[in-house]
Design a protein around this ligand. Structure first.
Ligand SMILES: [Zn+2]
Length: 267
Protein backbone atom coordinates (compact mmCIF):
# COMPACT_ATOMS: atom_id res chain seq x y z
CA UNK A 1 0.00 0.00 0.00
CA UNK A 2 1.35 3.41 -1.06
CA UNK A 3 0.69 5.96 1.68
CA UNK A 4 -0.62 9.40 0.78
CA UNK A 5 -2.01 12.40 2.67
CA UNK A 6 -5.49 11.07 1.83
CA UNK A 7 -5.12 7.49 3.07
CA UNK A 8 -2.53 8.00 5.83
CA UNK A 9 -5.06 7.81 8.67
CA UNK A 10 -7.29 5.18 7.05
CA UNK A 11 -8.04 1.89 8.75
CA UNK A 12 -6.45 0.05 5.86
CA UNK A 13 -3.20 1.95 6.50
CA UNK A 14 -3.47 1.32 10.24
CA UNK A 15 -3.90 -2.40 9.70
CA UNK A 16 -0.91 -2.63 7.39
CA UNK A 17 1.37 -0.28 9.33
CA UNK A 18 2.15 0.36 12.96
CA UNK A 19 2.30 4.02 13.99
CA UNK A 20 3.30 5.82 17.15
CA UNK A 21 -0.30 6.63 18.04
CA UNK A 22 -1.35 3.03 17.42
CA UNK A 23 1.47 1.78 19.64
CA UNK A 24 0.30 4.21 22.32
CA UNK A 25 -3.28 2.92 21.88
CA UNK A 26 -2.09 -0.62 22.59
CA UNK A 27 0.61 -0.05 25.17
CA UNK A 28 0.24 3.48 26.50
CA UNK A 29 2.96 5.82 27.74
CA UNK A 30 4.66 6.46 31.08
CA UNK A 31 1.72 8.66 31.95
CA UNK A 32 -1.23 6.87 30.45
CA UNK A 33 -2.18 3.24 30.27
CA UNK A 34 -3.06 1.83 26.87
CA UNK A 35 -6.01 -0.45 26.21
CA UNK A 36 -5.42 -3.40 23.88
CA UNK A 37 -9.13 -4.04 23.61
CA UNK A 38 -9.92 -0.49 22.47
CA UNK A 39 -6.93 -0.43 20.10
CA UNK A 40 -8.33 -3.52 18.35
CA UNK A 41 -11.91 -2.25 18.36
CA UNK A 42 -10.64 0.87 16.57
CA UNK A 43 -8.79 -1.22 13.97
CA UNK A 44 -11.90 -3.32 13.40
CA UNK A 45 -13.96 -0.12 13.05
CA UNK A 46 -16.23 -1.01 15.94
CA UNK A 47 -15.12 1.98 18.00
CA UNK A 48 -14.30 5.52 17.01
CA UNK A 49 -12.53 8.01 19.22
CA UNK A 50 -14.36 11.29 19.51
CA UNK A 51 -12.70 14.19 17.72
CA UNK A 52 -11.97 16.45 20.67
CA UNK A 53 -11.61 20.21 20.48
CA UNK A 54 -8.03 19.89 21.78
CA UNK A 55 -7.13 17.64 18.85
CA UNK A 56 -8.91 19.87 16.37
CA UNK A 57 -7.10 22.99 17.63
CA UNK A 58 -3.79 21.17 17.11
CA UNK A 59 -4.84 20.20 13.57
CA UNK A 60 -5.92 23.78 12.88
CA UNK A 61 -2.45 25.08 13.74
CA UNK A 62 -0.79 22.23 11.79
CA UNK A 63 -2.93 23.09 8.75
CA UNK A 64 -1.92 26.73 8.96
CA UNK A 65 1.78 25.94 8.81
CA UNK A 66 1.21 23.37 6.08
CA UNK A 67 -0.58 26.06 4.06
CA UNK A 68 -3.85 24.13 3.98
CA UNK A 69 -5.95 26.37 6.24
CA UNK A 70 -8.61 27.07 3.63
CA UNK A 71 -9.27 23.39 2.97
CA UNK A 72 -9.27 22.71 6.72
CA UNK A 73 -11.95 25.37 7.26
CA UNK A 74 -14.13 23.90 4.51
CA UNK A 75 -13.74 20.38 5.89
CA UNK A 76 -14.45 21.48 9.48
CA UNK A 77 -17.43 23.87 9.41
CA UNK A 78 -17.99 23.09 13.12
CA UNK A 79 -15.11 25.44 14.06
CA UNK A 80 -17.32 28.42 13.18
CA UNK A 81 -20.16 29.99 15.18
CA UNK A 82 -23.56 29.11 13.81
CA UNK A 83 -25.08 32.49 14.64
CA UNK A 84 -24.07 36.14 14.91
CA UNK A 85 -20.99 37.05 12.91
CA UNK A 86 -20.37 33.34 12.10
CA UNK A 87 -16.73 33.89 13.09
CA UNK A 88 -14.36 31.30 14.54
CA UNK A 89 -15.32 29.70 17.87
CA UNK A 90 -13.22 30.92 20.78
CA UNK A 91 -10.87 27.89 20.79
CA UNK A 92 -9.88 28.67 17.21
CA UNK A 93 -9.56 32.39 17.87
CA UNK A 94 -7.03 31.25 20.50
CA UNK A 95 -5.36 29.07 17.86
CA UNK A 96 -5.00 32.18 15.70
CA UNK A 97 -3.35 33.98 18.64
CA UNK A 98 -0.96 31.07 19.09
CA UNK A 99 -0.05 31.16 15.38
CA UNK A 100 0.59 34.92 15.59
CA UNK A 101 2.79 34.39 18.67
CA UNK A 102 4.81 31.70 16.88
CA UNK A 103 5.26 33.87 13.80
CA UNK A 104 6.62 36.67 15.97
CA UNK A 105 9.57 34.45 16.92
CA UNK A 106 12.27 34.05 14.31
CA UNK A 107 13.98 31.15 16.06
CA UNK A 108 10.78 29.11 16.42
CA UNK A 109 9.98 29.80 12.75
CA UNK A 110 13.33 28.35 11.68
CA UNK A 111 12.19 25.02 13.10
CA UNK A 112 8.91 25.36 11.24
CA UNK A 113 10.68 26.03 7.94
CA UNK A 114 11.06 22.39 6.89
CA UNK A 115 9.01 20.26 4.52
CA UNK A 116 5.54 19.83 6.00
CA UNK A 117 3.65 16.62 6.79
CA UNK A 118 6.32 14.38 5.28
CA UNK A 119 5.31 10.71 5.19
CA UNK A 120 7.95 7.98 5.52
CA UNK A 121 7.79 4.26 6.13
CA UNK A 122 10.25 1.74 7.49
CA UNK A 123 10.59 -1.51 9.36
CA UNK A 124 11.12 -1.88 13.06
CA UNK A 125 10.63 -4.64 15.64
CA UNK A 126 9.07 -7.07 13.17
CA UNK A 127 6.53 -4.80 11.50
CA UNK A 128 6.17 -1.95 9.02
CA UNK A 129 5.82 1.57 10.47
CA UNK A 130 4.48 4.83 9.08
CA UNK A 131 5.39 8.29 10.28
CA UNK A 132 4.28 11.80 9.35
CA UNK A 133 6.65 14.65 10.18
CA UNK A 134 5.27 18.15 10.84
CA UNK A 135 8.47 19.91 9.75
CA UNK A 136 11.32 17.90 8.25
CA UNK A 137 14.57 19.73 7.58
CA UNK A 138 16.69 17.25 5.60
CA UNK A 139 20.13 16.60 7.14
CA UNK A 140 19.26 18.91 10.04
CA UNK A 141 16.24 18.08 12.17
CA UNK A 142 12.90 16.39 12.73
CA UNK A 143 10.37 18.78 14.27
CA UNK A 144 6.95 18.09 15.69
CA UNK A 145 4.63 20.97 16.48
CA UNK A 146 2.54 20.56 19.63
CA UNK A 147 -0.14 22.83 20.97
CA UNK A 148 -0.80 22.12 24.63
CA UNK A 149 -2.19 23.46 27.87
CA UNK A 150 1.17 24.08 29.52
CA UNK A 151 4.83 23.35 28.79
CA UNK A 152 6.04 23.62 32.37
CA UNK A 153 3.27 22.08 34.43
CA UNK A 154 4.19 18.57 35.55
CA UNK A 155 1.77 15.64 35.59
CA UNK A 156 1.46 13.39 38.63
CA UNK A 157 1.62 9.68 37.84
CA UNK A 158 1.10 6.98 40.44
CA UNK A 159 4.26 4.89 41.17
CA UNK A 160 6.42 7.28 39.12
CA UNK A 161 5.86 10.76 40.52
CA UNK A 162 5.90 14.00 38.59
CA UNK A 163 6.46 13.69 34.84
CA UNK A 164 7.26 16.27 32.17
CA UNK A 165 4.80 16.62 29.28
CA UNK A 166 7.18 14.90 26.85
CA UNK A 167 7.20 11.57 28.62
CA UNK A 168 3.66 11.87 29.96
CA UNK A 169 2.25 12.03 26.43
CA UNK A 170 4.82 9.65 24.94
CA UNK A 171 6.48 12.24 22.71
CA UNK A 172 9.77 10.49 23.57
CA UNK A 173 8.34 7.40 21.85
CA UNK A 174 7.38 9.51 18.85
CA UNK A 175 10.88 11.01 18.65
CA UNK A 176 12.53 7.61 18.94
CA UNK A 177 10.48 6.03 16.15
CA UNK A 178 10.68 9.09 13.87
CA UNK A 179 14.44 9.31 14.30
CA UNK A 180 14.89 5.63 13.45
CA UNK A 181 12.57 5.65 10.41
CA UNK A 182 14.26 8.79 9.05
CA UNK A 183 17.63 7.08 9.57
CA UNK A 184 16.41 4.06 7.60
CA UNK A 185 15.30 6.31 4.74
CA UNK A 186 18.25 8.70 4.62
CA UNK A 187 21.14 7.13 6.54
CA UNK A 188 21.15 10.17 8.86
CA UNK A 189 20.34 10.17 12.55
CA UNK A 190 18.75 13.58 13.14
CA UNK A 191 17.84 15.32 16.39
CA UNK A 192 14.16 15.42 17.37
CA UNK A 193 12.63 18.69 18.52
CA UNK A 194 9.21 19.53 19.84
CA UNK A 195 8.10 22.98 18.78
CA UNK A 196 5.73 23.62 21.67
CA UNK A 197 3.15 26.35 22.04
CA UNK A 198 0.53 26.75 24.76
CA UNK A 199 -3.08 27.81 24.95
CA UNK A 200 -2.44 29.90 28.06
CA UNK A 201 -3.81 33.45 28.21
CA UNK A 202 -0.33 34.59 27.22
CA UNK A 203 0.84 31.72 24.99
CA UNK A 204 4.19 30.18 25.90
CA UNK A 205 6.54 28.96 23.18
CA UNK A 206 9.61 26.73 23.43
CA UNK A 207 11.74 24.50 21.27
CA UNK A 208 12.30 21.34 23.32
CA UNK A 209 15.15 19.04 22.32
CA UNK A 210 14.16 15.47 23.23
CA UNK A 211 17.74 14.28 23.60
CA UNK A 212 18.92 10.91 22.35
CA UNK A 213 19.29 9.35 25.81
CA UNK A 214 15.51 9.70 26.32
CA UNK A 215 14.82 8.50 22.79
CA UNK A 216 16.99 5.42 23.28
CA UNK A 217 15.15 4.55 26.47
CA UNK A 218 11.81 5.02 24.71
CA UNK A 219 12.91 2.85 21.79
CA UNK A 220 13.82 0.11 24.29
CA UNK A 221 10.32 0.31 25.75
CA UNK A 222 8.79 0.00 22.27
CA UNK A 223 11.05 -2.94 21.41
CA UNK A 224 10.27 -4.76 24.63
CA UNK A 225 6.52 -4.46 24.08
CA UNK A 226 6.14 -4.92 20.34
CA UNK A 227 6.02 -8.75 20.40
CA UNK A 228 2.90 -8.59 22.59
CA UNK A 229 1.35 -5.75 20.55
CA UNK A 230 1.84 -7.68 17.32
CA UNK A 231 0.38 -10.89 18.77
CA UNK A 232 -2.73 -9.00 19.86
CA UNK A 233 -2.97 -7.06 16.60
CA UNK A 234 -2.79 -10.25 14.53
CA UNK A 235 -5.40 -11.99 16.67
CA UNK A 236 -2.97 -14.58 18.09
CA UNK A 237 -3.48 -13.28 21.61
CA UNK A 238 -6.62 -12.09 23.37
CA UNK A 239 -6.60 -8.33 24.05
CA UNK A 240 -6.59 -7.20 27.67
CA UNK A 241 -9.22 -4.68 28.73
CA UNK A 242 -8.11 -1.73 30.83
CA UNK A 243 -11.66 -1.61 32.30
CA UNK A 244 -11.27 2.14 32.75
CA UNK A 245 -11.79 3.69 29.32
CA UNK A 246 -14.99 4.67 27.48
CA UNK A 247 -14.80 1.72 25.09
CA UNK A 248 -14.40 -0.79 27.94
CA UNK A 249 -17.37 0.79 29.73
CA UNK A 250 -19.44 0.73 26.57
CA UNK A 251 -18.78 -3.00 26.11
CA UNK A 252 -19.06 -4.05 29.77
CA UNK A 253 -21.34 -7.05 30.34
CA UNK A 254 -22.05 -7.76 33.99
CA UNK A 255 -21.92 -11.35 35.20
CA UNK A 256 -21.19 -11.06 38.92
CA UNK A 257 -20.92 -8.47 41.67
CA UNK A 258 -17.57 -6.99 42.59
CA UNK A 259 -16.35 -6.55 46.16
CA UNK A 260 -15.38 -3.45 48.09
CA UNK A 261 -11.79 -4.67 47.75
CA UNK A 262 -12.06 -4.52 43.95
CA UNK A 263 -12.85 -0.81 44.16
CA UNK A 264 -9.46 -0.05 45.67
CA UNK A 265 -7.39 -2.75 43.91
CA UNK A 266 -5.81 -0.12 41.67
CA UNK A 267 -4.21 1.68 44.62
ZN1 LIG B 1 -10.19 0.04 28.01
Amino acid sequence: MQLTAENYYSNEANREYMSVSQFKDFYGTYGRLGCEFTALEKLEERWEEEETTALLVGSYVDAYFEGTSERFKIEHPNIFKKTGDKGLLKDYVKAEEIIARIERDEYFMKYMSGQKQVIMTGELFGTKWKIKIDSYIPDVAIVDLKVMASITELKWVKDIGYLDFVRYWGYDIQGAVYQEIVRQNTGKKLPFYIAAATKEKEPDIRIVHATDNYLQEALNVVGANMPRVLRVKSGEAEPDRCELCDCCRHNRVLTRPISIMDLTSGI
